[in-house]
Design a protein around this ligand. Structure first.
Ligand code: N01
Length: 558
């Protein structure tokens, strides 16, 4: 650090107080905060610009499924007032412009190295420093290293026999080209029907000659009812207002008390301001239940799962909501056989609920074919297309909407070595282990932002990112003030946290199917429920308690 004990090496080129890997929303905010606090910081990112996930996921239809007024930083009231979101759910280009605006406004780019991929990160016990090596053989070192690598940033391309033989272009939604891809008059195949596919399919279907969707598991989706953000309070319908949702406040109303909205959000399980129903789905009769689900359906968005308190905790309660959505699918999709294939049987919200515009309606188009590979997997990819159900589907282009090696992939693709040469790969062989999703025993002076074991992907990521960054900055300031060189999670604190996590997730509805939350989409990945399912407020309380008790569960060494 730039204080006393490391003063002799602070002027060496490539030496910093803190290295941050990733220039997405985590890395940007952390850089801003640490620089403001006098730390010497360097950020590296493999992309050629800021934005992280919003840089890479530029496929048609990509948007955030958290409302734009809430999916924005809260740390700067000036930024909150200045930026104008144009739609209820912002598009990927608009979010990327926001990230670029933040980088410009706070002059962040001068401390970021783009087009720089980290291949290894090693802790040197002799001088308590991290040293990272990049693929272009550059070395950077620092007292602390922070993995701001994102939860969904390592794409998953499943192994299909013959994939290399396909003669047309293959795209992945998670690494989409930045130039416009024109599919007009083409036969296009999409493999996968998760959130990315659900956003892309309706738009691609409008362009192509024919779209073939290869579906292994159907996904639940609720409507977005996306709309321009009105700035005139009078245009909000009284019905929606009466429902009392924060989402239906106008821009002016929110900006008049943005802090209030954030405060309400932080009290919520998923760090999203909305008004949930406080009843159990099982304590009301069928008529009331249907009316409530209809109200949430008409409101749209992921908060559908807030229609009752027990949709995430009781499979019986969950089934009532699941059946409501299944019925909506049956009503929307005209061909009953196609509708049957699109109806999921598992619990709703177990895989992350998708939010769509015209997804199910798209299957009523004559140029869209659903290929149900649930009973018999895709056999191979040929030169000309996809071979499935003993038939070749001839394609001009193939889209992999096959998701990510979530939560651990981005860290494990870097060769991370901690104390005694322990590799993270070895440490996480049976699944990720860490303390609060912030620190890892055996890996001193290394922090994660929204790592496994924190609520992260189950919450509004912006709130979780800010909470982690604020915690880490306060921690580093504390270490500097007290001349502490090394901080490391203790084995017992980590074990207790992992046990607590597992116990919370044990009977949870989200743990009742296969999904990327449990690594189920990656062959050979150990099944562990990775995000913390105990909710944002409880988690924050624990983090604050740890900090106020002199970083309880961490050893601090001067
Ligand atoms: O990925 P997914 P995604 N053969 O893993 C299928 C966030 N996100 O990119 O379910 C055939 O959900 C797989 O099938 P199955 C959001 O958190 C946010 O869509 O494993 N199919 C599934 O259908 C989301 O949850 C937004 O049986 C194969 C699909 O590929 C997360 O990113 C927008 C297969 C993958 O779905 C990931 O979403 C988009 C195979 N071998 C995404 N392997 C926002 O709005 C996999 N599949 C913010």
């Amino acid at each position: 650090m730039s204080s006393t004990h490391h003063a002799n090496r602070t002027n060496r080129v490539g030496d910093y107080d803190v290295l941050i890997i990733g220039a997405g929303f985590s890395g940007l905010y952390l850089l801003h905060r640490l620089r403001g606090s006098g730390f010497r910081v360097r950020v590296v990112d493999r992309a050629s610009d800021v934005g992280g996930t919003w840089y890479w996921n530029s496929y048609p239809g990509a948007r955030c499924d958290v409302e734009s007024m809430q999916y924005a930083y809260s740390f700067s009231p000036e930024l909150e007032q200045q930026w104008v979101w144009t739609e209820k759910y912002a598009t990927q280009p608009e979010i990327l412009r926001y990230a670029q605006h933040v980088a410009e406004h706070f002059d962040l780019k001068r401390d970021i190295e783009f087009n720089t991929t980290v291949k290894s990160a090693a802790y040197d016990e002799s001088d308590h420093r991290w040293s990272i090596k990049t693929t272009d053989d550059k070395t950077l070192s620092a007292d602390f290293c922070v993995m701001a690598t994102g939860c969904l940033s390592t794409i998953n391309t499943p192994h299909f026999e013959g994939l290399d033989s396909f003669t047309g272009p293959i795209y992945h939604t998670g690494e989409w080209p930045h130039e416009t891809v024109d599919f007009s008059e083409q036969r296009v195949g999409v493999i996968g029907t998760g959130s990315s596919a659900i956003q892309a399919i309706p738009l691609i279907a409008e362009q192509v000659e024919h779209l073939y969707v290869f579906q292994r598991t159907p996904h639940y989706s609720v409507p977005a009812w996306n709309r321009p953000l009105e700035s005139n309070p009078d245009t909000i319908t009284s019905g929606r207002k009466a429902y009392g949702y924060d989402a239906d406040l106008t821009i002016e109303e929110i900006k008049a008390d943005y802090a209030g909205l954030r405060k309400r959000a932080r009290r919520m399980f998923n760090a999203l301001a909305f008004i949930p129903n406080r009843k159990s789905a099982l304590e009301v009769d069928e008529v009331e239940r249907q009316a409530e689900y209809e109200g949430f359906w008409q409101r749209g968005g992921v908060v559908f799962l807030g229609a009752y308190t027990d949709l995430a905790t009781s499979l019986e309660a969950n089934e009532t909501a699941a059946e409501f959505v299944r019925e909506k699918i049956r009503q929307t999709v005209k061909d009953p056989l196609v509708a049957d294939s699109l109806v999921p049987t598992y619990a709703i919200g177990c895989k992350r609920l998708a939010v769509d515009t015209n997804y199910y309606e798209t299957y009523n188009r004559s140029n869209v074919t659903l290929v149900d590979v649930s009973q018999s997997p895709i056999q191979k990819i040929t030169q000309r297309g996809v071979y499935a159900l003993n038939q070749e589907y001839n394609l001009d282009a193939l889209i992999m909407a096959t998701g990510f090696d979530a939560m651990t992939g981005a860290m494990l693709r870097i060769d991370i070595r901690g104390r005694d040469g322990l590799t993270l790969k070895e440490k996480w062989a049976e699944g990720p282990r860490g303390y609060l999703g912030l620190g890892i025993a055996g890996f001193p002076n290394l922090f994660m932002i929204t790592g496994p074991g924190s609520p992260s992907v189950l919450t509004n990521m912006m709130q979780s990112i800010e909470q982690h960054v604020d915690w880490i900055v306060a921690c580093l300031e504390h270490l500097r003030t007290h001349d502490i060189e090394v901080i490391e999670a203790t084995q017992s604190a980590e074990d207790d946290w992992v046990t607590h996590n597992d116990a919370m997730a044990d009977d949870h509805v989200r743990n009742s199917c296969s999904s990327w939350y449990v690594g189920g989409n990656i062959e050979g990945k150990p099944r562990v429920f990775m995000p913390y399912v105990g909710g944002f407020p409880r988690y924050v309380e624990k983090c604050n308690e740890v900090a106020t008790q002199n970083y309880l569960g961490f050893t601090l060494t001067t």
